[in-house]
Design a protein around this ligand. Structure first.
Ligand code: PAF
Length: 282
């Protein structure tokens, strides 16, 4: 695996490979490190579908509201490198903050049609603009044919698809299903901050989403969401931020479950850790 820290060197290497095979398909997996099976499932999709798989590890400062959150973000780089090698990553892109955001760089404000201000965007103001700045920078420089994102951060996938649409970038966005622990807890780097018992009990989040999915046809959206909220309220350490049903494309909240594809999205604080999950309902 090549480890590259500069866009210039990365582009040179991609060009060299493209000269040898002109139809080269380049897959890109952007991450912030602390890799787990969820990330690896993205890489596996890339290696299955593409000729060259690039993974980036960059803890993007512009998507963190509080610098405290940024500072305590885990950085197990040696372990990450090992995992990437084992899983056939061709190139690890490991840029510095100065490389991604040189002094001359000014943050862009993308017109995302309000997709960035609901749900996660409400609790984490500016977060998705930060994500879009780093993704735009990466896509614009690397020009991957495909990029892989986890369904776990569903709103992020909708926002990034919008970014690609409005900027005319040519990268196809591939969404890979959520990887879950055996008890149903959605995999996330943040799970490492839960206690062992907390990790076990946090299966209630996925169970709440299943309650919605299983009861939707008989009881409709409102009633099944209510059942799920009641289930969550049994867990005293859980502080619900939102649990809603929305259209997958527009993220508009809906009570309809027949005409369009819908998803249940949940965010809550558990043992002081913000956890997200979602489930496509139809
Ligand atoms: O999902 C993430 O880890 C980050 O938001 C991403 C896509 C790597 C951008 O920094």
């Amino acid at each position: 695996m090549h480890i590259i820290r500069r866009f210039y060197d990365l582009k040179r290497l991609i060009n060299k490979k493209a000269k040898l095979s002109p139809d080269l398909l380049v897959g890109f997996v952007p991450t912030m490190g602390a890799l787990h099976d969820g990330h690896i499932s993205l890489l596996k999709e890339s290696t299955k579908e593409c000729d060259l798989s690039i993974c980036s590890i960059f803890v993007n400062p512009t998507q963190f509201g509080e610098s405290r959150d940024l500072k305590r973000y885990p950085k197990p780089i040696e372990k990450d490198i090992e995992l990437l090698i084992q899983n056939k990553c061709d190139i690890l892109f490991l840029p510095s903050v100065e490389e991604v955001y040189p002094k001359t760089y000014t943050q862009q404000e993308f017109d995302l049609n309000g997709l960035e201000t609901v749900f996660e965007g409400k609790s984490r103001v500016g977060h998705f603009q930060g994500v879009c700045n780093v993704i735009y920078r990466f896509f614009d420089q690397i020009k991957p044919n495909k990029a892989y994102f986890g369904q776990k951060d569903f709103q992020q996938t909708v926002v990034v698809k919008k970014l690609v649409e409005i900027t005319g970038l040519k990268t196809a966005i591939c969404v890979v299903p959520i990887k879950r622990e055996p008890n149903g807890l959605a995999m996330s780097s943040r799970n490492a901050r839960l206690t062992a018992n907390g990790k076990k009990d946090a299966s209630f989040i996925c169970h709440a989403l299943m309650l919605i999915k299983n009861n939707l046809k008989s009881f409709g959206v409102d009633k099944s969401v209510e059942m799920a909220k009641q289930h969550i309220s049994k867990f005293q350490n859980a502080k619900l931020d939102y649990l809603i049903v929305a259209e997958t494309k527009t993220l508009k909240e809906t009570k309809q479950h027949k005409d369009q594809k819908i998803i249940a999205l949940v965010a809550l604080d558990y043992e002081g850790v913000r956890l997200l999950d979602n489930m496509i309902l139809n």
